[in-house]
Design a protein around this ligand. Structure first.
Ligand code: TMP
Length: 224
């Protein structure tokens, strides 16, 4: 079953559901936010709840993916590659990951992805700004759009970049400053995307995690 549906090591699936009724098309939800926003924890909690309450199978997956293409993305962080190379590696990984997501949706599953398309627009948009200026996001959109599936909803978990920085540790002062400036830019792009796209739900993630999970579950709705 696992190999058949294209799960890799870190992807999670709720237990098998036996049904004679052919499932209708599934659902696709993405979780986004700057580093430290807590989206992995929230996605996992939403997965745990839906696994118990939904009549559908639920998949929790993530990007960079757990495939060899995801390994290439992670490797690129250790190598000296250009911002363009890195951006295109994220897109190559997503093209492959999207084919698996497509199959899961077509077989009626609820797919939760910890990061997806908007991560590239926000992070690589911030990265490429010094080279392409305001054209960066436009270019990334053009490269991504033919290969992505539009999530039913994308949850953008927001915290201030300062709080995000406090939650991520182990960096020296200089890197910290650069990182804060960078996260500010990422945050700005994310918020702009949410203003332009009604399927991006902004969720204040500065408070209690239970409340964040509750807000996400309410937006997904009970009837799935
Ligand atoms: P994570 O912290 O959610 O595991 O994500 C790993 C890092 O990869 C995070 O700093 C965001 C970054 N990233 C991008 O820059 N572009 C992308 O398209 C994705 C999916 C992640």
């Amino acid at each position: 079953m696992t190999a058949e549906i294209g799960l890799t090591g870190r992807d999670r699936i709720s237990s098998d559901i036996q049904s004679d009724v052919a499932p209708s098309k599934g659902r696709f939800y993405a979780f986004e936010g700057i580093d430290g926003a807590g989206k992995s924890t929230v996605a996992k909690r939403v997965f745990d709840t839906l696994s118990k309450t939904s009549s559908r199978q639920v998949i929790l997956t993530s990007e960079p993916s757990d495939s060899w293409l995801g390994d290439c993305v992670r490797r690129s962080h250790e190598e000296d590659v250009s911002a363009f190379t890195e951006a295109l590696l994220f897109v190559a990984d997503r093209a492959n990951h999207t084919e698996r997501i497509r199959r899961w949706i077509e077989s009626g599953m609820i797919v939760l992805s910890d990061r997806y398309y908007a991560s590239t627009l926000a992070y690589q948009g911030a990265m490429l700004k010094s080279i392409l200026g305001e054209r960066a996001v436009k270019w990334l959109r053009a490269v991504n759009e033919p290969i992505v599936i539009r999530p039913d909803l994308t949850f953008l978990l927001t915290i201030s970049p300062e709080t995000g920085m406090k939650r991520i540790t182990g960096r020296n002062e200089r890197t910290k400053f650069e990182r804060l400036e960078f996260l500010r830019e990422v945050d700005k792009i994310y918020r702009r995307l949410a203003e332009e796209d009604g399927t991006i739900v902004v969720v204040d993630a500065s408070g209690q995690i239970d409340e964040v999970v509750e807000t996400v579950l309410e937006a997904i709705g009970g009837n799935i």
